[in-house]
Write a protein that binds this ligand. Structure first.
Ligand code: RIB
Ligand code: CA
Length: 328
């Protein structure tokens, strides 16, 4: 069976790092590019973190890393180092080898010559109907690519977006999810583009929770470079969640967006019309889905396929199986 060709647009970020590991460890996928965007961290830090992850995973074929938007389309950037750590990866400089050197030294950064939107557009137009874009950060790069090259971007096979909150509360404000809150103008441009979009909202990502004790057990039994990295990159955040919520567990937001591409049967999709609030008030970045039980002709036509159900057990099994795979 031929591989699914994917571009991953990311703001690494702890769960982004777990999503990239899942994608690079999954034989169903061919990761053709990693495009970085400002969000959890600055885009310079996102490039550094993607490069560090590639040095840790050291995949057979290393995808190009492209630098993208330094800030949202119209708003100032508000990053999330409080949650993801000063380095965006759980403050990895705390970890040293037995020899006392950094377990995760500064990576070599080999940047693609193209910007993230340009590389995305070139790959999509060069393989009509083949490329899947998995967006696990703010949608600024994707919006810029659609704005600059709508005809080329229309050749995309599918866009899978981790973002939004349909019935679930928000995570960055009571009503909004972080990726869409950070750049609501970009999200609205993407949602009204007419492109084939699958949305993976908090409604399903908050049901796939990774627990600290599971990772500790995995590392004890399968102590690979990858499982050690998964433990190290999540250790600080498990501590924060233990303090904040009384449970050392974190939602696998971004890995589920990758999981949906690997195995679409993991989720149940529902066609919905979804808009994004672009005001500056407390509703900024909220997703408003038309779920009214009225005749279709009385509603705006659906613009997204929204994942509203997930087989959480099957996804967690897939995630664990993949991070435990021996590095080829
Ligand atoms: O709301 C969750 C999303 O925001 C994830 O992509 C996480 O990495 C942050 O970017
Ligand atoms: Ca992210």
């Amino acid at each position: 069976m031929s591989k699914i060709r994917v571009i991953i647009d990311t703001d690494p970020g702890i769960d982004d790092a777990l999503a990239l590991i899942l994608a690079l460890a999954s034989p169903e996928l061919s990761v053709e590019a990693i495009t970085t965007v400002a969000g959890n961290v600055t885009v310079a830090q996102a490039v550094r973190n993607a490069s560090l992850l590639l040095e840790v995973i050291d995949p057979h074929s290393r995808p190009p890393v492209a630098k993208g938007a330094t800030r949202p389309m119209t708003r100032p950037l508000r990053t999330a180092e409080g949650y993801h750590g000063e380095d965006g990866l759980g403050e990895l400089s705390r970890f040293k080898t037995e020899a006392g050197v950094l377990r995760y030294p500064e990576p070599q950064q080999r940047l693609a010559s193209q910007s993230a939107p340009t590389l995305m557009t070139e790959l999509i137009s060069g393989a009509p109907g083949e490329m899947v874009v998995i967006c696990i950060g703010p949608l600024t790069n994707l919006a810029m690519a659609i704005q600059a090259a709508p005809t080329e971007m229309a050749k995309v096979k599918e866009i899978v977006i981790m973002g939004g909150a349909i019935q679930a509360p928000g995570n960055v404000t009571p009503g909004a999810e972080f990726n869409l809150y950070t750049d609501p103008e970009a999200a609205r441009l993407v949602f009204t583009s007419g492109l084939p979009i699958t949305l993976v909202p908090l409604d399903v990502t908050q049901r796939v929770m990774l627990r600290a004790e599971l990772i500790e057990a995995v590392v004890r039994h399968i102590g690979s470079r990858v499982t050690q990295f998964v433990r190290d990159v999540t250790e600080r955040l498990f501590g924060i969640e233990q303090e904040r919520a009384g449970c050392a567990a974190i939602p696998l937001h971004d890995p589920l967006a990758v999981g949906v591409v690997i195995d679409p049967s993991l989720v149940v999709r529902r066609p919905l019309h979804v808009d994004v609030e672009t005001g500056a008030g407390s509703a900024q970045g909220m997703t408003i889905a038309d779920r009214r039980q009225i005749r279709e002709e009385w509603k705006q036509p659906p613009n997204l396929q929204v994942c509203m159900e997930v087989d959480a057990g099957r996804f967690m099994a897939l995630f664990l199986e993949r991070i435990c795979r021996p590095l080829t």
